[in-house]
Design a binder for this molecule. Structure first.
Ligand code: ATP
Length: 303
């Protein structure tokens, strides 16, 4: 089967700065593929080359079997795209704008616009320029999903959306996959990748440093922990936490406030904290930037 996306040695230089250093990526049709990485890793650069918004410095890229530069409007119609920085302005209402997109895209089933807008809680009657950032983002999502494209390329699609809308959006992504569409989703938020992606590639400093399933990559293994033990238990907490091999960067204040990094299962830490009479504990969602740096030891593309 022809891959939905295939890149070989894809490279992009902006003057003397290299944003992407030779990316080899294969996305099979009918899956949700997550592209994760810290800010500046090169995600937006990679996605823009798929859409022929920018051209590679070197390397090869094929999207739905075609070279983006040669595919023209016919290829573009088979793709739904949400850009990272969506700029929407003007007096036109959301509905008018979507009508315009629908004319360009070709076939749109009747009722699709209204049902997508309803799912995302988007008011189509308002002029685009009066919409909040989150509502503009919703309009961008509706525009991408509208014509049920074979391939959805979504650059940080949930930025600015509230949690309920995010959840509905992730449902739309899974439905698209179930209907046979392919989705490439970039994000620096692990939880949304975890909830939707079948496979993930990690981009760091312009290079693909790993790919696999979310759990295989251990991206979710590293978490920040913070909390409070009674002040008189602080010295004991320092010793007990430092003795646990899966707990690092332990910091316990005299007040009993503590923070640490957990790289492994939480049970030994929770047992130790319970023994210290812990008053409060929060285990936070893994921080992608920290996880990538810890696991792969590379910086971001910036600097
Ligand atoms: N037009 C440009 N001119 C010069 N440098 C650029 C340009 N666009 C991006 N870069 C640089 O290329 C690198 C990769 O940027 P890119 O936007 O692709 O990263 P990203 O992973 O999408 O990050 P973010 O999540 O912050 O958008 C960064 O160092 C960025 O500063």
């Amino acid at each position: 089967m022809t891959p939905a996306i295939e890149t070989r040695g894809l490279r992009k230089d902006y003057g003397r700065r290299t944003a992407l250093r030779g990316m080899d990526l294969t996305v099979e049709p009918g899956c949700v593929y997550g592209l994760v990485g810290p800010n500046g890793a090169g995600k937006t650069t990679a996605l823009r080359m798929l859409l022929d918004i920018i051209r590679p410095t070197s390397g090869e890229v094929r999207v739905l079997g075609s070279v983006p530069r040669e595919g023209g409007p016919a290829l573009r119609r088979r793709i739904g795209y949400v850009p990272g920085e969506l700029r929407l302005d003007g007096r036109a209402t959301g509905r008018a704008l979507l009508r315009h997109y629908a004319e360009i895209s070709g076939e749109v089933e009747p009722g699709t616009v209204d049902s997508l807008a309803e799912r995302l809680d988007l008011d189509l009657a308002r002029p685009v320029r009066t919409l909040s950032k989150g509502n503009k983002q919703k309009l961008g999502l509706v525009q991408a999903f509208l014509h049920r494209p074979e391939l959805l390329v979504l650059d940080e699609p949930t930025s600015g959306l509230d949690p309920l809308v995010q959840r509905e959006f992730l449902r739309m992504v899974r439905e698209a996959r179930d209907a046979g569409q392919t989705v490439l989703l970039s994000s620096h938020v692990l939880s949304e990748i975890q909830q939707s992606a079948d496979r993930v590639a990690v981009l760091s400093g312009g290079e693909l440093v790993a790919d696999g399933s979310v759990s295989e990559l251990r991206l979710t293994a590293i978490r920040h922990v913070r909390g409070q033990v009674p002040a008189d238990a602080a010295p004991g907490a320092r010793a007990a936490l430092a003795a646990l091999p899966e707990v690092r960067e332990v910091d316990v204040a005299e007040s009993g406030r503590f923070s640490a990094v957990l790289d492994g299962p939480p049970a030994p830490l929770l047992t130790a904290l319970a023994g210290l009479g812990v008053l409060d504990v929060v285990i936070e969602e893994p921080d992608l930037e920290h996880s990538v740096l810890t696991l792969y030891g590379r910086g971001t593309g910036d600097g």
